[in-house]
Design a protein around this ligand. Structure first.
Ligand SMILES: [Ca+2]
Ligand SMILES: [Ca+2]
Ligand SMILES: [Ca+2]
Length: 504
């Protein structure tokens, strides 16, 4: 038996502060100042705050900030930031602003170890508006969006958890091609051959992964996708699932590229048409976004957004709009367990889930308080994504407030928080990630540019989209997932990632 468990670099106890991870990032006091009409630049000013930020020996959290602007003709655009000239007037912690080379947004994060609430005043981001086709700023509307992300550092990790697919939320998994269901290590050399084994169906051709050099699709020792997101390379992952408030923000500021065939229509027309197309046909399951005239409104903005699917393609559209990208299944496993050794049938909290058949919907969760973002849940364990009944709050069956299982007293196990402090990876909604077989074309360096497409794909990044089997749903296990992406139910969600900028 080939046990290579010791090749995992670090096995540490978790020392991230698992305090309250409420989705309370806040942007206030947005203003434009210091307009330079010659060079066509302006400072976008805003205050930014979020709770329970940290930086420790392992990693840190960050805000990912993007700006959408509305031209006098009503069309929304995506602001490209300047890499230099960005500052923060005042902060209770030493912070850094990093704008990646594609200029699509800014990461703001601690540069020194510490934890607590971040209170940043007069964050100033330099926007070269001339480069975005704006000649003057009169009648420009600007909206600043921020989402919490978590840095997942580079390094070795394990893929697969040694468990045989059991049919319950694990219809397929990755395993060592030569050794039963044994897991593999992804490091800076070419891995052993691995395969995807479905519960019913044929095992995939073997492939190999080199953490740095990329993906060998056919296991012949020659790398075929050198830019594959292997999980070994560092990336930022959204701390929470996309919320209904975030998805409504997206629907309200859809940006079409000026070269798009439908750009000639009035902006309000394509906003309505595209927004409606990206919307569930028969929403239920605690989905609260509705269209009121030309505005999409979420009455429960902190609740995770369901009906996000590879089938409806709204996950690509959202990732493109946000300047992010989908996550590979290798990155998902890395984000969950970090460098720790796998546990069979474990969840993101690192423990055996203990469920090999679907819990019946007789499980009832009790919510306390109005569901306005402050509600809490009575549960001694983080409940996996499944159909359960909710008593209290709005009742029904469906997604909860993002991060609800993390409380001041919760542990990594009780809240199923990941090794890196990412929330709800194996709880709340199931989430779409891209398989590394059979469609291994995702690339580490390709991110959304802020503009979506009016075509049926909704994104111009064709390597994200596959019509048949490229995406699977991660449910309650770190390893393994549903074997198909053809799922449009009310229990599927999404979170985006972004590869770490060169400067960090
Ligand atoms: Ca090859
Ligand atoms: Ca989830
Ligand atoms: Ca795009």
């Amino acid at each position: 038996m080939k046990r290579i468990f010791t090749l995992v670099n670090i096995v540490l106890l978790i020392c991230i502060a698992f305090n309250v991870y409420s989705n309370n990032i806040l942007v206030q006091k947005v203003a434009l100042t210091d307009t330079d009409t010659v060079n066509k630049s302006v400072l976008i000013n805003f205050d930014l705050s979020w709770s329970n930020s940290w930086r420790d020996d392992i990693n840190w959290d960050a805000a990912w900030v993007i700006v959408k602007f509305k031209k006098p003709n009503g069309h929304w655009g995506h602001a490209n930031f300047s890499v230099n000239g960005n500052t923060i007037d005042s902060s209770n912690a030493q912070m850094k602003i990093t704008v990646p080379a594609d200029k699509k947004g800014a990461f703001i994060y601690r540069v020194q170890k510490g934890n607590g609430d971040n209170l940043l005043t007069k964050v100033k981001i330099l926007w070269n508006y001339g480069s975005d086709g704006i000649s003057n700023l009169s009648d420009i509307e600007v909206r600043v969006f921020a989402t919490e992300m978590v840095y997942v550092p580079g390094g070795s990790f394990a893929v697969g958890d040694g468990a045989k697919p059991d049919g319950y939320n694990m219809a397929t998994n990755l395993r060592n091609a030569a050794y039963g269901y044994e897991y593999l290590i992804i490091n800076d050399t070419l891995s052993d051959p691995m395969v995807r084994t479905p519960l019913n169906g044929s095992t995939s051709p073997a492939f190999r992964v080199d953490g740095i050099r990329g993906l060998d699709k056919n296991s012949d020792g020659i790398i075929d996708n050198a830019d594959y997101p292997t999980g070994y390379k560092p990336f930022y992952c959204m701390k929470y699932e996309t919320s209904q408030g975030q998805f409504a923000d997206f629907l309200n500021t859809i940006s079409l590229d000026s070269t798009d065939a439908n750009y000639g229509q009035t902006a309000s027309t394509y906003l309505l048409i595209l927004g409606q197309q990206l919307f569930p046909v028969n929403p239920g399951n605690r989905f609260t976004i509705s269209r009121q005239d030309s505005v999409f409104l979420a009455t429960r903005p902190d609740r995770a957004c369901n009906y996000l699917t590879a089938l409806a393609k709204n996950i690509y559209a959202f990732a493109d709009w946000a300047g992010l990208r989908p996550m590979s299944e290798l990155e998902f496993e890395k984000a969950c367990r970090g460098p720790l050794a796998p546990v069979a049938f474990e969840n993101a909290g690192g423990t055996f889930v203990g469920l090999t058949s679907p819990p019946t919907n007789t499980i009832t969760l009790t919510l306390s308080g109005e569901e306005n973002g402050t509600e809490t849940i009575t549960s001694t364990f983080a409940v996996p994504p499944t159909a359960f009944k909710i008593s209290g709050g709005d009742g029904g069956s469906g997604p909860l407030r993002v991060g609800i299982f993390a409380t001041p007293n919760s542990t990594r196990i009780s809240s199923a928080s990941s090794y890196y402090g990412i929330q709800d990876l194996t709880t709340n909604l199931s989430e779409y990630v891209e398989f590394c077989v059979p469609k291994p074309d995702l690339t580490y360096s390709t991110h959304g540019d802020g503009y979506i497409n009016s075509s049926y794909r909704y994104t111009n990044i064709t390597t994200w989209v596959e019509e048949t089997t490229a995406y699977g749903l991660k449910s309650n296990f770190v390893s393994g997932m549903y074997g198909t992406y053809m799922n449009t139910d009310g229990n599927s969600g999404f979170r985006g990632v972004r590869s770490a900028p060169a400067e960090n």
